[in-house]
Design a protein around this ligand. Structure first.
Ligand code: ADP
Ligand code: MG
Length: 462
């Protein structure tokens, strides 16, 4: 029928506009490399902030003692207690508790957010067992993983540049987030010193390096996306401080804000961006990360419902609600292996109140999931290729070692079709020979443990 043909033409057009042939991905990778250079030359020189992390040494394995970590990066936050065993002792003990951030606090006041976090931390500390108490005269120390763009002023201070991922608390912007946390801890009577302020990418890099010496870059694909890597201090023109002994500095790229004319943007992406809390910002993130993939899918389905009556004469009311279709639901549909695609049918029913979908319709939904996820995963792979180029590790060299990429984040962890596609594409782009020197490792929970490790290596009591 005419309706079906119209729906198919919307699908086909979307698919074409989302195309990511190898040549295009290489252009994206080259643009990433160029922007990395520019961001290292001067503050504001690029869409990529290329933030100096003040981490000039990654964990060695000698870290010792009981440390805390606080991981705030999206919808959930976690508090960890980690006991490090010193030389060759490894991680002796770790425990954590997790809580979600009530949506109201994501758009409220800074004090309200940090009070809420401090309260959860207070409870966790109260439950500390005797054996994890600090030696007399020693304060507890914490690594704070705060995964939003921060201009660091030292290893344990930094001002918030802007919120991302749906947070919007005006009075935090421009403030030192360590001071915000420290003040809240005081208000709640928690005895704790913030020893390190890091981003989840830096934490993941540190946690990855602790277990594997070849880890040189880290990528997060969760609610948002970001990447970090080890740069030669000499190659950072905008760094005017003393050259670190190691000769190295970890850079937090804030690659979520990358954009390039080579990115395959569609009308749906433009509309999503314009209606977002941060229009014009985080374009790469809006194409690749968990907060947005389901929302892109919703927008295409809405267009098909609206213009091709895909779900019948009326547009399903719920389909009009932004962000109602979340990426975990999308991934469940994409992974549906049942012959009648009953998971797709159930998800459409449960999340969108759309019932009586035919198998043919469900197949279209899966196809759309595939288009959105494939584009995101392939672009993420191109971004990684750009980083490897900047690091001079995109080709196999005589005597060159291995390079391991530490990856983490709920999207990477749970959306198998996405992560498989990312790894496949990276190998495709690198070619067989170079690909043989590069591997991807899931750094489970690296960001929290990494923050505890960095708190240990920046302890007052060394
Ligand atoms: P954050 O990025 O908020 O710190 P995570 O790394 O745990 O936290 O990532 C959570 C995000 O991962 C969710 O917002 C969601 O987009 C994505 N995600 C979680 N579970 C799944 C899933 N089963 N399939 C696809 N994406 C998922
Ligand atoms: Mg996280």
């Amino acid at each position: 029928s005419g309706r079906w043909a119209r729906a198919m033409s919307i699908l086909k057009e979307f698919e074409e506009k989302c195309g990511t042939p190898e040549g295009k991905l290489k252009q994206v990778a080259d643009a990433m490399t160029v922007e990395m250079h520019a961001g290292l030359v001067s503050e504001g020189g690029s869409k990529l902030k290329m933030l100096i992390s003040y981490v000039d040494n990654l964990p060695t394995g000698d870290e010792d003692g009981v440390f805390y970590a606080l991981d705030l990066g999206g919808t959930n936050f976690r508090v960890l207690r980690v006991q490090l065993g010193g030389k060759e002792g490894g991680i002796v003990h770790q425990e954590f508790t997790e809580a979600s951030i009530p949506p109201a606090l994501m758009g409220g006041t800074s004090d309200a957010l940090f009070d809420y976090i401090a309260e959860k931390l207070a409870k966790f500390v109260d439950e500390e067992e005797q054996m994890f108490h600090q030696p007399p005269g020693r304060q507890r120390e914490l690594g704070f993983t705060f995964s939003f763009p921060v201009m660091q002023t030292s290893i344990n201070s930094g001002t918030l540049i802007r919120w991302t991922k749906g947070f919007s608390i005006n009075d935090t912007v421009g403030q030192d987030v360590v001071a915000e946390l420290t003040n809240a801890l005081k208000r709640k009577g928690v005895e704790m010193r913030v020893a390190a302020l890091v981003n989840d990418t830096i934490g993941t890099l540190a946690g990855g390096r602790y277990t594997n010496n070849d880890v040189a870059l880290a990528v997060i694909l969760g609610t948002g996306t970001n990447a970090a890597y080890v740069e030669r201090a000499q190659a950072i023109p905008k760094w005017h401080g003393p050259l670190p002994k190691s000769g190295e500095m970890v850079i937090n790229m804030e690659w979520g804000n990358f954009r390039s004319s080579h990115l395959p943007l569609t009308e749906y992406d433009h509309a999503l961006d314009v209606e977002s809390l941060n229009p014009g910002e985080q374009i790469f993130e809006k194409l690749t990360s968990g907060m947005y993939l389901g929302e892109i899918l919703r927008r295409v389905l809405l267009k098909m419902a609206d213009e091709a009556f895909f779900f019948g004469g009326e547009v399903p009311a719920k389909l009009k609600i932004p962000f109602i279709l979340r990426t975990p639901e999308m991934s469940a549909m994409h992974h549906d292996t049942s012959s009648d695609l009953r998971v797709v049918g159930n998800k459409l029913k449960d999340t969108l109140d759309i019932s009586n979908t035919s198998l043919k319709m469900r197949r279209v939904v899966v196809e759309l999931c595939n288009i959105v996820a494939t584009r995101g995963a392939r672009l993420a792979a191109a971004g990684i290729l750009g980083m490897l180029k900047k690091m001079g590790r995109d080709t196999k060299s005589e005597g060159g070692g291995k390079t391991v990429i530490a990856m983490d984040g709920g999207l990477y962890e749970h959306y198998t079709e996405y992560s498989k596609c990312l790894e496949y594409t990276l190998n495709e782009l690198l070619g067989e020979e170079a690909a043989s020197t590069i591997s991807v490792e899931h750094s489970n929970d690296g960001s929290g443990i990494g923050a505890a490790l960095l708190a240990a290596s920046h302890s007052l009591y060394l």
